[in-house]
Design a protein around this ligand. Structure first.
Ligand SMILES: NC(=O)c1ccc[n+]([C@@H]2O[C@H](COP(=O)([O-])OP(=O)(O)OC[C@H]3O[C@@H](n4cnc5c(N)ncnc54)[C@H](OP(=O)(O)O)[C@@H]3O)[C@@H](O)[C@H]2O)c1
Length: 161
């Protein structure tokens, strides 16, 4: 099963200068809890912005460069290689961005975990347009708002209809 996990602002913004546009540590905690024990799939640019494999998960990097290597990571070179790996290895594979990689799997994805931040930020990278009519909201939880997480935001989970 393929799931997407991401955070977006009110304009579908997800990135700025190859980093996140906001600081929201409670969302990083949610990311960790949700993906722990599973495979996480990142584009080469998102991986390099994190800069290290995330513990307790199979870290998969997608790149066109067949010589690319990162210690502690599995490197794959195409969408089909990832789909084959997912079918054989994991009950739930989390596609975790960025924009190019979300676009690549938009027709394959079965479940969405989205953090919707009720604010607008400056940036340069957007989540692709989804037809929300194809999706059923399964759960929604308001995120903790405090001095370290100073926004209204909601953790939503959807399944494809
Ligand atoms: N808010 C969020 O939830 C969230 C989540 C993730 C990322 N982000 C942000 O998104 C931004 C990065 O997104 P991005 O779209 O610029 O880059 P990206 O999707 O992270 O990575 C793009 C790279 O993926 C590889 N790739 C793309 N299509 C491929 C294919 N068909 N087969 C093999 N490899 C393929 C290519 O690597 P090569 O060039 O090496 O071939 C390409 O340059 C950053 O600002 C990051 O912080 C935000």
């Amino acid at each position: 099963m393929i799931s997407f996990l991401w955070a977006e602002d009110e304009n579908r913004l997800i990135g700025k200068d190859n980093d996140l546009p906001w600081r929201l540590p409670a969302d990083l905690k949610y990311f960790k809890e949700t993906t722990m024990g599973h495979a996480i799939v990142m584009g080469r640019k998102t991986y390099e912005s994190i800069g290290r494999p995330l513990p307790g998960r199979t870290n998969i990097i997608l790149t066109h460069d067949s010589n690319y290597k990162q210690e502690g990571c599995l490197v794959l070179n195409s969408k089909q290689e990832l789909l084959n790996w997912a079918e054989q290895n994991d009950s739930e594979v989390f596609i975790t961005g960025g924009s190019e990689i979300f676009k690549l799997f938009i027709d394959e994805v079965d479940q969405l975990y989205v953090t919707k931040i009720h604010a607008t930020f400056e940036g340069d990278t957007y989540f692709p347009i989804l037809n929300w009519d194809d999706w059923t909201l399964i759960s929604e939880k308001k995120g903790l708002k405090d001095e370290k997480n100073p926004y209204d935001y909601f953790f939503q989970m959807y399944k494809r209809k």
